[in-house]
Design a protein around this ligand. Structure first.
Ligand code: MCA
Ligand code: AMP
Length: 534
């Protein structure tokens, strides 16, 4: 039996709050969807804690009051690199509530990565794990950040200590649709990461569209087992549950057996393909285990047909695959209702209501049904631009205002979209994006390295993983293990190539361009038969 704990402080009666619906602040809209009876459980964690809707109301109010008490400038960025916890989720909601801009950072990021984001975004507040305070605060203070707090996944740290001193009511700031709600950094094929600026309107419109598209209904319970520093866990899953006033079963980390054990209590699950393949590897995944489930959603990376079919066979459920990006939130989805069509494995379904999606050729003309070209999109969900990169923003939009996704696809005669590849040099590993150019940059800077190429190859657990191929400088010798060790000391762990080869030369075409396709072909069988993670 879960224990009901107050989120931040002992309970106080809360005053009646008004949420004028002309307020397009995303929090105000989510808050209006909370059940009338705030004493019910909103979030139940895998550590045995339960948070009521009132706890969310009060906790976010206290955190919002703390942020407001710092007298930050309008539009101030709140950068957060902490382990997943309900308090971290409340910090996100509190940032919206107080009218500031949330900047989530993957916990795997190391010094150089955090240094770049902090210097680029100039956050007024940085919140980090207690164990990282030493190095993170140094980076933050050097970049001019005025406030650094800590937040642990055990409800420890200075942020909650300070928030506990604040009143537990807060009138949500009035926001317009065009006001910034969050900045999500996404790496680039060249150069450094770009901060995608998402507005309250972007997030709100997408959440509302998905509520209908995926048939959210009273009594739904969501298993939340994704990280909360990227679009999938932070927006798609979280907003879905909150906007429906639905209880969440909250996992700090994805553990297949623990999640399977909770499926019987849930109705909705969202995951990247690796989560599905890991659950399929467990005999405990049976039709009985999923007897109360209504919907399984997959996205962030291609779902193999093999996984789609195996899931259907084992559980009797057809996974609904959808497609999105940090810059656009969700773009397309397979149908929820059978009357709207089948859920087709290998496709990402139809463009969502309000989303324009077209496929264009190199010459910029619309392609005929079934032809493969560049996917371009438009809609209220499409971001405002890249933070302080007007030039980059211009490059990524067409003259008529459509966003170039960098994905290649086709639309069939029934309107289903299939993604067939990417024009951007990107590896998607276990749902995380890895940009070869970034890894190659680090490798090329290492002593004794003349050049390198990083390519993605199939992997049974992560879908795709990076493999590095390195050429030593003339007269130098380099050891693959040492190169990988050096990368590990500098970069987030999911970016580290799973294998590294030192070769005499890289294959090049007549123009002198490295032929990555040949490297991919050469190494494509490297992980055949590998079970689980390496
Ligand atoms: C961990 N490792 C990885 C990954 N995760 N390597 C490559 N790719 C990864 N994704 C490394 C670890 O550092 C470790 O290396 C080794 O692989 C094994 O780790 P393991 O314990 O198996 O990993 P884990 O901690 O269990 O994590 C696997 C995971 C996780 C649960 C699949 O990667 C995950 O939560 N992925 C979801 C990502 C996500 O939410 N993406 C949504 C992005 P070593 O032993 O050397 O340290 S939003 C998005 O893309 C858009 C907008 C969308 O459409 O949703
Ligand atoms: P991100 O930069 O993390 O927002 O990743 C966005 C990219 O993930 C998209 O441009 C696609 O390449 C990829 N992606 C997301 N969902 C899917 C999907 N269902 N199938 C294939 N690729 C996907």
């Amino acid at each position: 039996m879960a224990r009901l704990v107050p989120a931040v402080l002992p309970q106080f009666p809360i005053s009646r709050l008004s949420f004028p619906m002309d307020n397009r602040n995303l929090f105000a809209v989510l808050r209006a969807a909370f059940p009338e009876d705030l004493s019910g459980i909103a979030v139940e964690t895998d550590t045995g804690l339960a948070y009521s809707w009132r706890d969310l109301e009060r906790g976010t109010a206290m955190l919002a009051n703390l942020l407001r008490s710092l007298r930050l400038e309008p539009g101030a960025r709140i950068a957060v690199q902490v382990d997943k916890s309900v308090e971290a989720m409340m910090l996100y909601l509190a940032t919206l509530r107080a009218g500031y801009v949330f900047l989530p950072l993957n916990t795997a990021y190391q010094k150089a990565e955090i240094g770049y984001f902090v210097a680029n975004a100039e956050p007024a507040v940085v919140v980090c794990s207690p164990g990282n305070f030493g190095w993170v605060s140094k980076i933050a203070f050097q970049a001019g950040t005025r406030h650094v707090f800590t937040l642990g996944d055990d409800r420890g740290g200075t942020l909650l200590q300070r928030a506990a001193l604040q009143p537990d009511t807060h009138e949500t700031v009035a926001s317009g649709e065009d006001d910034l709600a969050a900045i999500l950094y996404t790496s680039g094929t060249t150069g450094r990461s770009k901060g995608a600026m998402l507005t309250h309107g972007n997030l709100l419109s997408n959440a509302q569209v998905l509520k209908t598209a995926w048939g959210w209904q009273p009594g739904d319970v969501l298993i939340h087992a994704l990280p909360i520093f990227h679009v999938h866990g932070l927006f798609v899953a979280l907003h879905g549950a909150l906007l429906n006033g639905s209880r969440m079963l909250w996992f700090g980390k994805f553990e297949p057996c623990a999640v399977i054990a909770k499926l019987a209590e849930a109705t909705v699950f969202m995951g990247v393909p690796t989560l599905y393949t890991r659950m399929l590897a467990e005999p405990a995944l049976t039709r009985h285990a999923v007897r109360n489930m209504r919907l399984f959603v997959s996205g962030s990376a291609p779902l193999l047909l093999e996984t789609f079919n195996a899931w259907q066979e084992r559980t009797g459920h057809t996974i609904l695959e959808r497609y999105g990006m940090s810059e656009t939130v969700m773009l397309s989805s397979n149908p929820y209702q059978a009357s709207d069509g089948d859920r087709r494995g290998g496709t990402v379904g139809f463009p969502l209501p309000g989303v324009g999606l077209r496929v264009r050729g190199d010459d910029g003309h619309d392609l005929a049904t079934g032809e493969i070209g560049a996917i371009e999109v438009t809609g209220p969900n499409v971001f405002k631009g890249y933070w302080r990169m007007p030039e980059k923003t211009r490059e990524e939009f067409t003259a008529d205002g459509w966003f170039r996704t960098g994905d290649l696809g086709r639309i069939d005669e029934r309107g289903y979209v299939t993604i067939v590849g990417r024009s951007k040099d990107l590896i998607i590993s276990g749902g995380y994006n890895v940009y070869p150019a970034e890894i190659e940059g680090y490798l090329n800077d290492m002593p004794g390295v003349a050049e390198s190429a990083v390519v993605g190859v199939p992997h049974p657990d992560f879908g795709e993983v990076g493999v590095a191929v390195v050429v030593a400088s003339k007269g130098e010798r380099v050891a693959a293990d040492a190169l990988v060790a050096s990368l590990k000391s500098q970069l987030a762990n999911f970016k580290i190539p799973k294998r590294c080869f030192v070769v005499d030369e890289l294959p090049r075409n007549a123009m002198g361009k490295v032929q990555k396709n040949l490297l991919r072909e050469q190494h494509k069988g490297l992980f055949d038969g590998a079970v689980g993670s390496p």
